[in-house]
Design a protein around this ligand. Structure first.
Ligand code: KMH
Ligand code: ZN
Length: 280
């Protein structure tokens, strides 16, 4: 287990409101500042959801394009856009996200109950996302909310081929109310189903944050942390900012003798093309 740890930060998400979580980064300026802070303490990739002027989730393509450009200009991070958006976003808006040409984009592998809501991901939609990313050279991060979605991933790759760079990267999103549990037993079960040669990261939502973080590090996996997934640092203690969560993950990765990889090392690991120049 000699490789380092890819730390992805998911700073905003679509679920928390700014009113409830005032330190959530929602403007472009807040997002870029967060990205810089998180890179400084060990993040190599950023998973982005954006908000409108009223801090509500949006998939506005101009804002997304400007966001990709600004984060690229101010950091070396691998820029991943969410195609999941929020549970109410229509499929065509979610597909259009790819027009902003991020390095990577999420690609969820199935429908799941999501708290009181339903996060819809039809087979036909999954195939369309996968193919469009293949055509454009965008790295998919296959988001797995439940074990059966790993079966869907195998079906997708068997029927429609590997992503354009040839590398498969999976993120296990564990502990969503309605999805798989965020514990060691479930993580171990998921690992047996991950395609051969794939890399994986794991994300524990809410109280699952720490068990999943420790489990992923011990299993040779990578990790995603951030305020999209948890706004509590400890019992009764709110997260100060995203960098606090990244710094904790970096410290634990070092203790595990698997220190954080740089964004350039992460590009090599994931088969993502070299960083586009800011003017490109
Ligand atoms: N906001 C969730 C409904 C993704 O980013 O692709 C979906 C989500 C997954 O966060
Ligand atoms: Zn997300």
């Amino acid at each position: 287990m000699s490789t380092g740890t890819l730390i992805t930060v998911a700073p905003t998400g679509a679920e928390h409101s700014k009113a409830d979580v005032p330190n959530l980064p929602v403007t472009l300026e807040e997002l870029v500042e967060t990205a810089r802070d998180c890179e400084r303490v060990g993040a190599a990739m950023i998973h982005i959801h954006i908000r409108d002027d009223d801090a509500r989730p949006t998939l506005d393509i101009k804002r997304l394009t400007d966001t990709v450009a600004a984060v690229r200009e101010q950091t070396s991070l691998i820029v991943q856009l969410s195609t999941g958006g929020s549970v109410t976003d229509p499929e065509e808006d979610r597909l259009r996200v790819l027009d902003a040409m991020p390095d990577s984009a999420s690609c969820s592998m199935g429908t799941v109950n999501f708290g009181d809501d339903v996060f819809m991901n039809r087979w036909g939609f999954i195939v369309e996302l996968h193919k469009r990313m293949q055509e454009r050279g965008i790295l998919p991060e296959y988001e797995i909310f439940d074990l059966g979605q790993l079966t869907t991933l195998h079906r997708l790759l068997d029927k429609h081929g590997l992503p354009s760079g040839g590398h498969v990267h999976v993120d296990l999103v564990m502990g969503v109310p309605g999805g798989m549990a965020g514990d060691t037993e479930t993580l171990a079960a998921a690992l047996r189903l991950i395609p051969e040669g794939a890399t994986f990261s794991a994300t524990g939502v809410g109280r699952a944050t720490l068990p999943v973080l420790f489990g992923a590090l011990s299993a040779g996996g990578h990790v995603r942390v951030g305020m999209e997934d948890t706004v509590n640092y400890a019992r009764g203690e709110r997260v100060k900012d995203n960098a606090q969560l990244v710094a904790r993950a970096s410290g634990l990765a070092r203790i595990a003798q698997r220190p954080p990889v740089t964004p350039d090392e992460a590009r090599t690991l994931l088969g993502v093309a070299a960083r586009p120049s800011a003017s490109a």
